[in-house]
Design a protein around this ligand. Structure first.
Ligand SMILES: [Zn+2]
Length: 121
């Protein structure tokens, strides 16, 4: 059995990058959130939409749900999401940008699935 010494602690980004590389895929680069109110959920997403659904889609290893403060996604996880064609923008403070075409609207930082919060930026 392979054990990883305690001195080698990989964070989520490093783990999913290793997972992608092991499958011959380049690592996923998500939006930078360090200057925002939002955080990436550190959980591997296997797919978007229920198995058997026509819209069921592959999700790149590392592409994950973005947690927005005060926002609860209708679907707890992308694997169960039934809102695959609906996305919404959030600004740097984690506020909904209702109309991206409004010139006075704040800039959208992340584009997320309206059903589960999966990063679609
Ligand atoms: Zn979704």
């Amino acid at each position: 059995m392979l054990t990883i010494p305690d001195t080698i602690q990989l964070d989520f980004t490093e783990r999913v990058a290793a997972y992608a590389t092991a499958r011959g895929l380049p690592p996923y680069e998500g939006p930078r959130l360090d200057h925002t109110a939002m955080r990436a959920r550190e959980k591997l997403v296997r797919f978007h939409g229920p198995t058997g659904d026509v819209a069921h889609e592959f999700v790149w290893p590392g592409r994950t749900v973005i947690e927005v403060p005060g926002w609860i996604w209708p679907f707890e996880r992308p694997e169960d999401c039934a809102e695959l064609d609906s996305t919404i923008w959030f600004d740097v403070a984690g506020h909904l940008v209702p109309d991206k075409a409004d010139l006075d609207a704040p800039d959208g930082v992340v584009l997320l699935c309206a059903g589960c919060g999966l990063d679609c930026t």
